[in-house]
Design a protein around this ligand. Structure first.
Ligand code: DX5
Ligand code: ZN
Length: 226
């Protein structure tokens, strides 16, 4: 059975109160915390890195869902594992030897995710999907919070879920970018079960926003049981 999970992205949080924001979403019922790492090369922006994740680890019991939007992530896998990551997601486009990278994450005792940019075909996953614990489909282009969901993503999610079903794989599908209460049902119906939300959580009342998004996820879980 697929587990539905909400992964608030701290990119949209108030960085002056990061610890508190993380605690707020945990108390409100989120299960994961999405941590976007950008290097200014793979993603056209810079964000947080190892020391911030290490500090947050001290105040949070959430599953740390670390999204590495960096070139050649192999260089930093053990540092992120050490800082407290639970899931390490790398971009297929940023890895020269993706299979080896997935193995390296597993050797560190962490869950491995593979991310695809909107324009990257699902074909990239053909041989390695079965090795991953999660596939992250970007539903905006990497770099910034608050962008608009790219409509063709829904068909891509649907195709990936049905491709996995045909192979007996029950891998998590995470979606990231432009998700809110207005389209969360659309992506879960298409087959996504781990939902990243930045602005939709941290703009306004974060606790209320988490509860509202979780309500949608409970309904998705009920639908799944029917
Ligand atoms: C974009 C990041 C996202 C971002 C999502 O490069 O990977 O995780 O924080 O933000 P929203 O939910 O505001 O689109
Ligand atoms: Zn992300």
């Amino acid at each position: 059975m697929l587990q539905y999970r909400l992964s608030p992205s701290v990119l949209a949080a108030d960085f002056a109160r990061l610890g508190e924001e993380a605690m707020t979403v945990e108390r409100a019922g989120a299960q994961y915390l999405h941590l976007d790492v950008m290097d200014g090369l793979f993603a056209p922006s810079l964000s947080i890195g190892i020391p911030v994740i290490r500090s947050l680890r001290k105040v949070s019991g959430l599953v740390f869902d670390v999204h590495l939007m960096i070139e050649d992530p192999d260089r930093y896998l053990s540092a992120f594992a050490d800082a407290g990551a639970d899931i390490l997601t790398v971009h297929a486009e940023a890895c020269r030897h993706l299979d080896r990278t997935i193995e390296a994450i597993h050797t560190l005792g962490k869950k491995a995710g593979i991310a695809l940019n909107p324009a990257t075909p699902l074909e990239e996953l053909r041989w390695v999907a079965a090795k991953a614990d999660m596939i992250l489909l970007m539903t905006v282009n990497p770099g910034f919070g608050g962008q608009k969901y790219i409509p063709y993503s829904t068909e891509k999610i649907r195709e990936l879920r049905s491709w996995m079903n045909q192979r007996g794989l029950e891998t998590d599908i995470e979606v990231d970018g432009g998700i809110s209460a207005a389209n969360i049902d659309e992506v879960t119906k298409a087959g996504a079960n781990v939902i990243v939300a930045g602005s939709a959580v941290f703009r306004g009342n974060a606790a209320e926003n988490v509860k509202e998004l979780q309500r949608h996820l409970s309904l998705a879980a009920e639908r799944g049981m029917q």
